[in-house]
Design a protein around this ligand. Structure first.
Ligand SMILES: Nc1ncnc2c1ncn2[C@@H]1O[C@H](COP(=O)(O)OP(=O)(O)OP(=O)(O)O)[C@@H](O)[C@H]1O
Ligand SMILES: [Mg+2]
Length: 320
């Protein structure tokens, strides 16, 4: 049975110009212990999707416009506030791009881990467990480093501390939203390898969010590719990467060399993800697609099964 199930989730955003559907009919599932990647350019709706899993989006400006999220067989939209607070940072933990923004500069890192333990694992809220968590994230000399303040640590070390805080609750799902974007390339690779090691060692599932399809090679069992609020391709990572079927996935792959390969960016996709108030009609990618035909601008193509759990939203590549 799936640990996380998202069924036909839609999220709207309201501003002075109107109300826009920024996540549209998104479905995905993640098995216990699985490694899943959500990929797409900036503005495609990845973070909004991640935050919505535990109802962390502020309303207004966001509102849920339909669908269902189930975590560990609980209907997230039906939970009372107390259960929801236990879920966040409990069964589901998050790490984000900028650890500095989430750490308190005036408290030692050990104290910040202790606070999380008190909240979610009070029986383990002690120095021994803090050291154990710092060891898990491979921070050298943990007995000394737990006394550091955030400003005494490098960006890579701070992200390790954030991971230790996220692990304190012994989550079933760790959501890592662009966890390496702010780090330099060698550190990026170390953090991704650490996440992969922890996933295997602890048996938790990981949802890794990235704008770089290159990270998927080494990391994901399965992948969902998002464009302008919609999933355009979904399936096993090896299949999606070796034989992308959606023109957007193909373009992303050309733009994203494999991490650690020493290759430089090959080719950027021309143009940008359109803002929600000007999503084009029909296939949202048709304005940037080199396969586009007149019919592409008429109606939104459905996600069509392409065998072995694969789904593709392109009527030219995968006709219904
Ligand atoms: N707090 C906010 N207020 C208004 N609009 C927002 C807010 N957060 C996100 N959006 C809009 O929602 C859409 C989806 O944004 P989201 O942050 O989920 O994208 P993303 O895929 O995570 O991009 P990135 O790779 O840059 O992190 C975008 O059009 C964005 O401008
Ligand atoms: Mg984001």
């Amino acid at each position: 049975m799936a640990l996380l199930e998202v069924n036909d989730l839609s999220i709207e955003l309201s501003d002075r110009q109107g109300t826009y559907r920024i996540v549209d009919g998104l479905s995905l599932d993640i098995a216990p212990g699985e490694s899943f990647c959500l990929i797409g350019e900036s503005g495609s709706g990845k973070s909004v999707t991640a935050l919505s899993l535990t109802r962390l989006l502020p309303s207004p400006p966001f509102s849920y416009a339909g669908g269902e999220v189930r975590i560990d067989n609980q209907d997230v939209f039906g939970l009372d506030d107390r259960t929801l607070r236990r879920l966040r940072g409990g069964k589901v933990s998050y790490i984000f791009q900028d650890p500095v923004a989430y750490l308190n500069p005036v408290h030692r890192v050990g104290t910040q881990i202790l606070e999380m333990l008190k909240l979610h694992r009070p029986e383990k809220a002690n120095q021994e467990r803090i050291v154990e968590l710092l060891k898990l994230v491979e921070i050298p000399a943990p007995e000394l480093r737990l006394k550091d303040y955030p400003h005494q640590m490098s960006g890579g070390m701070l992200q390790r501390v954030m991971i230790a805080i996220a692990l304190a609750s012994e989550p079933l799902l760790l959501v890592a939203d662009e966890p390496t974007t702010a780090l330099d390339v060698t550190v990026q690779e170390q953090i991704l390898r650490l996440l992969e090691k922890l996933r295997r060692q602890l048996g938790m599932a990981v949802l890794l969010i990235s704008h770089n399809l290159g990270v998927v090679h080494d990391f994901a069992d399965r992948v969902a590719v998002m464009y302008a609020g919609q999933v355009v391709e979904y399936g096993k990572a090896t299949e999606v990467l070796n034989a992308p079927q959606h023109p957007y996935t193909e373009a992303l792959l050309e733009a994203a060399p494999r991490i650690g390969s020493g290759q430089h960016r090959l080719q950027a996709i021309p143009g940008q993800v359109p803002p929600p108030h000007s999503f084009p009609s029909g296939c949202r990618f048709h304005t940037r697609c080199n396969l586009t035909e007149p019919s592409c601008s008429i109606s939104v193509p459905p996600l069509h099964p392409a065998g072995d759990g694969r789904m593709v939203r392109c009527p030219i590549r995968v006709p219904s």
